[in-house]
Design a protein. Structure first.
Length: 108
């Protein structure tokens, strides 16, 4: 975004919503304690953020086997500092991915 871009003042924008969508938006805006206008502003901002994030993800370089291997190598290197005593996992901890694989029959 250019730094010379001027701020745009809030303006009126007639918006046609299907009655069911408007009722849903009104219900949720009341539950959240905000105006319908504020609720719609936040909803549009969230949608824009999601679309911009997907666009950004699509533009990133794809992971390569070499890059992944290098990252695993780096993560496997010992550090100068030892782990704090309370940094360990609880004794009954089970990784979620392992449980899912076991349930689906994919193994580990």
């Amino acid at each position: 975004m250019p730094t010379s871009q001027k701020k745009v003042a809030a303006s009126k924008f007639p918006l046609r919503l299907m009655p069911s969508v408007r009722r849903g938006a009104e219900d949720f805006s009341q539950k959240e304690g905000v105006s319908l206008n504020q609720f719609i502003n936040v909803a549009v901002a969230e949608k824009l953020a999601h679309l911009q994030h997907e666009e950004w993800l699509a533009s990133r370089p794809k992971a390569t086997a070499e890059g992944i291997a290098r990252a695993v190598e780096i993560l496997g290197q010992p550090t100068a500092a030892s782990a704090a005593e309370d940094d360990g996992l609880p004794e009954n901890y089970v990784q979620t991915r392992i449980r899912r694989r076991a349930r689906s029959g994919l193994g580990g």
